[in-house]
Design a protein around this ligand. Structure first.
Ligand SMILES: CC(C)(COP(=O)(O)OP(=O)(O)OC[C@H]1O[C@@H](n2cnc3c(N)ncnc32)[C@H](O)[C@@H]1OP(=O)(O)O)[C@@H](O)C(=O)NCCC(=O)NCCS
Length: 151
């Protein structure tokens, strides 16, 4: 599989919504995706299969001072556990180093075991939790990866 990572734009809006539907049952609305793809303070990266031009993975984040907040990360359900999530997140970390980012943090549903295992494998540690964070009332764990510019 030949893959490339690109900065996503408004022209990818429908693909983002489709991948969000398939991987997280539609976490965000169309207008939230529109903002994600147009706000200059945000980074939205897409993992594209070159031959088919299909969006297989998607990661978005925004920078607050020296901290990168990951707001969305998903790999197409048919392509999970093939190293694509690692490829995408590693690329985001590489790019964020050049933005002088010192920490990355994110929230993950406390019962999302695959995602928790993934972030642990990527070096994230649990630093807190938020009660009743998601629409369905479940809690979020706050995960953090520290000192990117020292590694
Ligand atoms: C979380 C997610 C992005 C991981 O992407 P992925 O491409 O499947 O993960 P990778 O193949 O790169 O996995 C890298 C490592 O993470 C760990 N890991 C990933 N998925 C795992 C799982 N289901 N169970 C246990 N460990 C897992 C493993 O250590 C894996 O390395 P290995 O395959 O050599 O053992 C993917 O499962 C996904 O899209 N889930 C649905 C959306 C979601 O929950 N997003 C997170 C919201 S915060």
């Amino acid at each position: 599989m030949n893959l490339t990572i690109i900065q996503l734009r408004t022209m990818h809006l429908n693909d983002c919504i489709d991948l969000d539907q398939k991987s997280l049952n539609g976490l965000w609305t169309r207008s939230q995706w529109q903002r994600e793809l147009t706000d200059p303070k945000r980074i939205a990266l897409g993992l594209i299969e070159i031959e088919t031009k299909k969006l297989l993975g998607l990661c978005s984040a925004w920078l607050v001072i020296d901290e990168l907040q990951i707001t969305f990360l998903a790999v197409h359900p048919l392509h999970q556990r093939k190293g694509l999530g690692k490829f995408l997140l590693s690329d985001l970390i590489k790019r964020s180093k050049s933005l002088q980012t010192n920490h990355i943090h994110l929230e993950v549903k406390e019962n999302n075991e695959p995602a928790k295992a993934f972030y642990k494998a990527m070096g994230f540690k649990t630093v807190g939790n938020r009660s009743n964070f998601y629409k369905d009332g479940s809690d979020a764990l706050i995960l953090k990866k520290e000192s990117l510019n020292k590694s």
